[in-house]
Ligand binder design. Structure first.
Ligand code: CDP
Length: 261
């Protein structure tokens, strides 16, 4: 949030600089199974954000001393590509990336049935290729889909959205300019099935009423995005080339059985 407020972010018709209404989301597109080497993967475009997620595991945790005998550990790594932002991002984790990795990891851990996989790790790599505000929520939303693609049992796919305050108005899903020059940004993520809030932060200031209005708007949007996640998963398993692959795998397995006989 910046203190500079002489930039007009909402026009006389109540429209935002990208033409959206106050409660309108940016366009969202999710694709599942985009990487062959990962156990699960997803790609999300959310407004100007482009993020790819790879999931590995559950696999034996290494080094061994990190193993927890009663549950899986969840390692999330949020990383911004050097070319993802206007000014070249210095490679490697900074304070912000470490914070985002931590909160995303904790959120995912609260949805995954970690006690089913003792001594293992579940590794989640979130690579931001292009950033335009809201990357932590877009990354977490895509990570949940990648975990589902990896077949990891969860209470539900986590989903979220941010809302904030721009030119004195509460608006949904801030873009880069609104994030930079607005007055507040509140990212929220939930587990739809249980209604648990698994990520909630606030940058800037809101009154109690404004805060409640922002949360209400984000929750409603999250349920809409939850459907996009499910549709993306379904789409993978109805793609013709995936069906072919499944058929080939089945045939190979059958041949394998023949060899043993
Ligand atoms: O991305 P998110 O809103 O979750 O996190 P943020 O810390 O509020 O960052 C907002 C936006 O600032 C990012 O999405 C990027 O577009 C931009 N940013 C940047 O330009 N350079 C950085 N080193 C970090 C963030």
């Amino acid at each position: 949030m910046s203190m500079v407020s002489n930039i007009k972010l909402i026009d006389e018709n109540g429209l935002r600089i990208d033409g959206r209404k106050f409660n309108e989301l940016r366009p969202i597109k999710i694709e599942v199974g985009v990487l062959n080497r990962a156990d699960g993967s997803a790609y999300i475009e959310w407004g100007g954000n482009k993020i790819i997620v790879a999931v590995y595991g559950p696999r034996e945790a290494f080094p061994k001393h990190t193993q927890n005998p009663s549950r899986a550990i969840v390692n999330a790594r949020y990383n911004m590509a050097a070319f993802s932002v206007d000014e070249r991002k210095r490679p490697g984790p900074d304070r912000r990336a470490i914070e985002i990795s931590k909160i995303i990891g904790e959120a995912l851990e609260s949805a995954i049935f970690v006690e089913q996989y003792p001594r293992t790790s579940i590794d989640v790599y979130i690579e931001v290729l292009q950033a335009d505000a809201g990357t932590r929520i877009a990354g977490l939303t895509a990570a949940s889909v990648a975990l589902a693609d990896a077949g990891i049992p969860m209470k539900d796919m986590i989903v979220g959205c941010a809302s904030g305050k721009v030119d004195g108005k509460i608006v949904l899903d801030l873009n880069k300019e609104e994030d930079n020059y607005g007055q507040a940004d509140v990212p929220l993520a939930i587990i739809p099935r249980t209604q648990e809030v698994v990520l909630l932060q606030m940058d800037g200031n809101l009154t109690r009423e404004e805060f409640e209005q922002a949360i209400e708007m984000s929750k409603k949007a999250a349920l809409f995005i939850s459907n996009l996640q499910k549709e993306a998963l379904l789409a993978k398993y109805s793609r013709p080339e995936e069906k072919e692959e499944v058929k080939e795998e089945a045939e190979q397995e059958n041949h394998g059985d023949d060899d043993h006989e």
